[in-house]
Ligand binder design. Structure first.
Ligand code: ATR
Length: 265
């Protein structure tokens, strides 16, 4: 039997074990996937990861607040992990710890599964933290033209600088978000406001064909704002499923057919 874990703090709410067990069941694989609580310090995280792989564990997911520590711990990285500077998927390759980041590709896969084409389209992201960093390169790779709105302008400018080799990113303030006239194919909320229960001030003249909240499982003031505009509304549950699918495929080498997977939301 192959062993997997998801490491986080907090971790008791994680849906990853149910998702991965459902993937395994659909393929007739016998796996054990557990939640692993870890104290919030890098030494503890390193100890947990080392003990897990030393004990024969096959793959680990990493969630908040350890994605950056995981990135620093890995000896090799995927291109997406390198640009995200964060890792959500760990595996041993040739005796070296390899880190991938499937969050951004998970978002793309979810959008594509809803027939949302990004090529040449204007896509805006609100927020300039780790969640945003993880999705920038995958969005650029799809041909999206990016705008980032952020409260702290300097953080958005750092992202603009870090990704300038890949594409030019347009930077806007929260004042622009509150008062501007804009139209986007997709507007993504990657701030932590939905988790903290705060709301964003969004201009009535800001239109989007699709509003996407990376958060899931709670009512979203961000999505509610768009209910009367005929905007398509999506929450982050699809992204969660798709990032998990990509991690599972990396670990097992098997393709998951989501149509054959039984999941309760
Ligand atoms: P994560 O790793 O989940 O992205 P983070 O790095 O703490 O978390 O980033 C949170 C993002 O939400 C940031 O862009 C933050 O804005 P700042 O860069 O100005 O800190 C944004 N954010 C959090 N609370 C916000 C609020 N009340 N209004 C607007 N943006 C907010």
């Amino acid at each position: 039997m192959q062993h997997f874990i998801v490491i986080g703090n907090p971790i008791s709410h994680s849906k990853s074990p149910a998702i991965h067990h459902a993937f395994a069941q659909s393929l007739g694989l016998d796996i054990q996937y557990n939640r692993q609580f870890c104290p919030d310090d890098s030494d503890s995280f390193r100890a947990v990861v080392e003990a897990f792989f030393y004990g024969g564990g096959v793959g680990a997911n990493v969630t908040l607040p350890f994605k950056e520590i995981a990135f620093n711990m890995c000896q090799t990285h995927s291109e997406h992990a390198k640009t995200a500077k964060a890792v959500n998927t760990l595996v041993m390759r040739d005796g070296k710890l390899f880190g991938d980041n499937t969050d951004g590709a998970g978002l793309i896969a979810d959008l594509l599964s809803h027939d949302i084409d990004l090529d040449g389209k204007q896509v805006a992201i609100i927020g300039a933290g780790g969640a945003t960093r993880g999705v920038i390169l995958p969005l650029i790779e799809q041909g999206a033209k990016l705008t980032i709105f952020n409260r702290t302008l300097s953080k958005a400018l750092t992202l603009q600088e870090d990704f300038k080799a890949f594409a030019q990113i347009d930077i806007k303030s929260l004042d622009d978000l509150a008062n501007g006239h804009f139209g986007f194919e997709v507007l993504i909320n990657a701030t932590s406001t939905s988790t903290t229960g705060q709301s964003l001030n969004i201009s009535p003249n800001l239109r989007a064909n699709v509003a996407y909240d990376m958060m899931y499982g709670k009512p979203s003031a961000f999505l509610t704002h768009f209910t009367k505009q005929g905007t398509r509304l999506l929450d982050g549950y699809g992204m969660l499923i798709h990032q998990a699918k990509l991690a599972f495929e990396l670990w097992t080498g098997k393709q998951v057919d989501l149509n054959a997977v039984l999941l309760d939301q």
